[in-house]
Design a protein around this ligand. Sequence first.
Ligand code: ARG
Length: 463
Amino acid sequence: MSLWSGRFDATPDADVFAYGKSLSVDRRLIDDDVTGSLAWAEALAQAGVLSVDDMKSIVGGLVAIRRAVHDDPSLIAAAADEDVHSFVERELVERIGDAGRRLHTGRSRNEQVSVDFRLYLMRRIPVIQHALAALVAAFADQAESAGNAVMPSYTHLRRAQPVLVAHMLLAHAAAFRRDVDRFSAARHECDLMPLGSGAIAGTAYAIDVHALAKRLGFSRVTANSIDTSGDRDFVAGFLHACAMAMIHLSRLAEDVILFTSEEFGFFELHDSVATGSSLMPQKKNPDPLELVRGKSGQAVGLLTGWLTTMKGTPSGYNKDFQEDKTSAFAAEDMVIGCTSTTATVIRTLALKTDRARAAASGFLLATEVADYLVGKGVPFRTAHEVTGHIVRDLYAAGRDFGSLALADWRRYSDRFDDGIFLAITPDAAVAAKKTPQSTGPGAVAAALAETRAWLEQAAVSFR
Ligand code: ARG
């Protein structure tokens, strides 16, 4: 029997009822449903709507249900109920009788699912943030052991300027730190207590919703019952945070796939995170990273799909909203799985210092040549043009800067002197950078120290 059978002459069509069932998905909310109901029972008693005896019996029943499901998950997995709320209420009535039938006084499943899902996301977001912080820690460790090693940086996937390997690693860490912040914002959006909204118009009992919010760990209460009933913006915020994290994981995967290839060869994937080919004996494939890159498309789809679902709904609760959990749980699992797999790949990555350094020499030092002339008083635009001519001539001759003697340099500009030979090394190029965001060794050391401090703070600040 469903929670709403009284009004109907016929029992639900078995197939149609099964089609509308969400228990297999929303049973993940069991702990949060019990948490919400425990607080609701106490609030009803405080408002004088429930006797203290009934309240105590409900509390005992709810705690027993939670324990029973933990001990034997098949109790809920095999249940025939419509959703997690119906499961808990049926179990409660079976266990404690009539008192159980009083729990739903003044409350609707519309606000119940909202409070459950908000509680769920508020406790699961910190789990995701911890996974992201572990990835940031892997970058920090690798940055530390890379020391002063250099590699090329790229724009347009063409060699641009030499950078410290540590700088490149911390670049990815910076993106994941933004994701952590984005998840904090998503959590803040969940942090509004919806109970008291009823089905749509509010509730006729004098519930102290502020005390209830405090009891449940919410810092605020929703403002308008109609808006509350139809609000799933917090799900969109969560899916957006997941999609952005997956996009960052995908771009990282692409970098690592490229940088560990024969063509680049700046890093080597650890054997334990690579796969072989059934046919080509020499192959060492980056399958886990390709899967991360591949799954990121689905993460974007989950966000887009959910926004599209919300778009067509009239104000107030609509059953369409039931689909939110399918999307959010899939995104949650994906982000956690992909983040921890990626952290293992990063942690075990081996730097091939010589290959990386060799690729950071040659024409990508052209900016240093131009800057050298600027240092001698030549206007930058002129210096750029002079350097461009040198590059063009060398390129045509199949040579690079290293092949030029001082007399050769001076044919292009009499401002060149002996100092040019010291200026055009990857280390000099890196050392010349002076701003705090730059790859200058002092700036990178400071960025690493700041990242370590952030990690220490992160370990305690995710609630
Ligand atoms: N399973 C439903 C959901 O996830 C719970 C709310 C049901 N409310 C209703 N009026 N049918 O949205």
